[in-house]
Ligand binder design. Structure first.
Ligand code: CP
Ligand code: NVA
Length: 318
């Protein structure tokens, strides 16, 4: 492909080794280049052979989309994945990350890690000689945000000036949407109940990275947040690791359900996104997720294409 702009492998991340720990590890040019490559891969116009490279998967939480899309992405790139479930490795018996990371660096070519704390992910990155990818932490879900903005770009033909309203908990998915969206010129409105707003340091980080006039704003009232939105986004009310808070959160978030009443207040061409898995009848109604406005399966599919592009860059396939 003619993409000189894709000669970005050596500068993908300020954290070196082309890590992708946060949405902030890519700049807007790099993200848009990844989207171009993802679209070529999706359309069958580009083949990349990584030649037997191996991606290790360390997942401390359940996953369907992230795990399988990484596995299929590596298979399509001529590589492989190895499942390093902490329950069947010495990690589960307390082997330190600094030892595990240095050993795995000698077997694998990259690691995709899903865990709880961002600090733990950063510790892996610090001790690894190979790229580390954030496959979701409590703090961020940067691969998800790439797929989300690729989906929006495909639908609207542009990202600049798009109004995206995220209705729900101000945590990992919202954080990556703010940071990535700010760089792409998307106006991201995050609407959460009082006490569940995104952390102020993440909001400030997103604002500091804002390009093309992007505006990052915080709301508590969904009826106000939704006005003029081209994208409505929601996520579960109780994330993985918050199961004990489920009943309390169900009451607190009741007014934050994406239903037809809310959708009617948005732009007439609005699309509805959800990272999935969805809890129908809670954060989104069955009617909304199954409506013609819903792009959740296009969005889920794009996890594969954009992660395949990311891996191709990180593993030197270009
Ligand atoms: N959206 C997402 O990350 O889904 P999984 O938890 O199934 O990977
Ligand atoms: N916020 C959700 C996202 C799942 C993809 C969670 O962390 O469980």
């Amino acid at each position: 492909m003619a993409s000189a702009s894709l000669g970005l492998a050596s500068k993908l991340s300020p954290f070196s080794k082309t890590n992708f720990l946060s949405s902030a590890d890519l700049n807007s040019n790099q993200i848009l280049s990844l989207f171009e490559l993802a679209k070529q891969l999706k359309g069958g116009n580009r083949r990349i052979d990584l030649g037997n490279r191996v991606l290790g998967l360390i997942f401390k939480k359940a996953s369907t989309r992230t795990r399988v899309s990484f596995q299929v992405a590596m298979a399509r790139l001529g590589g492989q994945t190895v499942d390093l479930n902490p329950q069947v490795t010495q990690l589960g018996r307390g082997e330190p990350i600094k030892d595990t990371a240095r050993v795995l660096s000698r077997y694998c070519d990259a690691l995709a890690i899903r865990t709880f704390s961002q600090q733990e992910l950063e510790e892996y990155a610090m001790w690894s000689d190979i790229p580390v990818i954030n496959a979701l932490t409590d703090h961020e879900h940067p691969c998800q945000a790439l797929a989300d903005y690729l989906t929006i770009q495909e639908k609207f033909g542009t990202l600049k000036g798009i109004n995206l309203s995220y209705i729900g908990d101000g945590n990992n998915v919202a954080n990556s949407l703010m940071i990535c969206g700010a760089m792409l010129g998307v106006n991201v409105r995050v609407c959460s109940p009082k006490g569940f707003e995104a952390a102020s340091d993440v909001i400030e980080k997103a604002r500091s990275l804002s390009e093309f006039g992007s505006n990052i704003s915080i709301f508590n009232d969904p009826l106000k947040a939704i006005k003029g939105s081209q994208v409505i986004y929601t996520d579960v009310w109780a994330s993985m690791g918050q199961e004990e808070e489920y009943n309390k959160r169900k009451e607190i978030f009741e007014q934050y359900k994406v239903d037809q009443k809310l959708i009617d207040l948005a732009d007439k061409d609005v699309i509805i996104l959800h990272c999935l898995p969805a809890h129908r009848g809670e954060e989104i109604t069955e009617e909304a997720i199954e409506s013609k406005n819903s792009y959740v399966f296009e969005q889920a599919e794009n996890r594969l294409h954009v992660q395949q592009a990311l891996l191709a860059v990180q593993l030197g396939g270009l």
